[in-house]
Ligand binder design. Sequence first.
Ligand SMILES: *[C@@H]1O[C@H](CO)[C@@H](O)[C@H](O)[C@H]1NC(C)=O
Ligand SMILES: *[C@@H]1O[C@H](CO)[C@@H](O)[C@H](O)[C@H]1NC(C)=O
Ligand SMILES: *[C@@H]1O[C@H](CO)[C@@H](O)[C@H](O)[C@H]1NC(C)=O
Ligand SMILES: *[C@@H]1O[C@H](CO)[C@@H](O)[C@H](O)[C@H]1NC(C)=O
Ligand SMILES: *[C@@H]1O[C@H](CO)[C@@H](O)[C@H](O)[C@H]1NC(C)=O
Length: 282
Amino acid sequence: MDVEVSKRLLFKQFLRITVIFFLIIKGVFGLHYVNIEVPSEVKRGSEVTLRCLYDLQEKPLYCVKWYRGTHEFYRYSPGEAPTKKLFPFPGITVDLSQSNETQVVLENVGPNLSGNISCEVTSEAPNFSSNTASSTMSVKEIPEHAPNVETEKKSYDVGEILRANCTSPPASPPATLSFFLNDMPVGEPDARWFKSIPDGTLQWSFLSLNLPLESHHFQQNQLILRCTAIVGTLYRQSYEVSLSSKQREPVPERVTSPNLTSRTSTTSVHLTLFFAAWMVAR
Ligand SMILES: *[C@@H]1O[C@H](CO)[C@@H](O)[C@H](O)[C@H]1NC(C)=O
Ligand SMILES: *[C@@H]1O[C@H](CO)[C@@H](O)[C@H](O)[C@H]1NC(C)=O
Ligand SMILES: *[C@@H]1O[C@H](CO)[C@@H](O)[C@H](O)[C@H]1NC(C)=O
Ligand SMILES: *[C@@H]1O[C@H](CO)[C@@H](O)[C@H](O)[C@H]1NC(C)=O
Ligand SMILES: *[C@@H]1O[C@H](CO)[C@@H](O)[C@H](O)[C@H]1NC(C)=O
């Protein structure tokens, strides 16, 4: 019995010491958690909300400072008037009405805002302890419209060379282009090139294709050439051209694609029904 009681007392003592230990650590070193939420990629000209989430563990807030690189651009200090302060930085426009102690809203973000964004949270006197969180953001310019594909001819046969060019409007970084024939990747990755527009920051993207056509390309009895343009995770657009095959073009019964077959048969069922209805109506 005595042993049990003293064990329990010892445990209580241990808990108390542990709690006191953590309280001291917190008070002296002012450990608090700060987390930043910044989108890794944004479109140029868009509105972006940057969040700074923190837990001061009941200590009052002294200020929150926002930086792009080493330049402070926004500060929130509840004890001062005004509570919200802006520090001009070319290329940064802050929407003050939507910004507060946990977030800052940027309007019309420019390309040169790309880089390290950080928020520094400081708690009140006497400690003035502070903690920083940072994250990188990349401002990208997406192409104005989908890519375009030009082919030398409209119909092809086994043994012929499929020559095509894909072009995507200016972007930053320039769009990454790829060709697919009947959903299979084709072409050489080094057949691409870029061209800057006079302003210097944006580039056109080009990709050319020189593909000797083999019989396996014709297995689906259709040649669908697609070019896909990608900019980071923000943009993905494709352009498709349907090329006919000289060989089997006039033999629609041999269509092997399940989708095409079902579409064709639905159309003919509709036509048959329409025709039957017309006959009855007469
Ligand atoms: C950002 O761009 C603006 C205009 O677009 C320019 O005035 C400013 O100097 C640039 N800032 C930096 C740090 O490059
Ligand atoms: C800051 O503003 C946002 C949007 O207006 C709001 O959702 C959030 O609760 C505000 N934060 C505080 C601490 O008031
Ligand atoms: C971003 O800025 C913070 C604060 O200035 C700094 O501690 C951090 O090392 C920087 N990160 C990068 C990747 O430059
Ligand atoms: C593709 O572009 C190259 C270089 O601009 C040009 O010489 C060629 O004729 C183009 N081919 C097609 C099919 O448009
Ligand atoms: C055929 O249709 C299915 C679903 O109906 C679709 O997932 C598939 O991508 C289509 N294939 C082609 C080649 O269009």
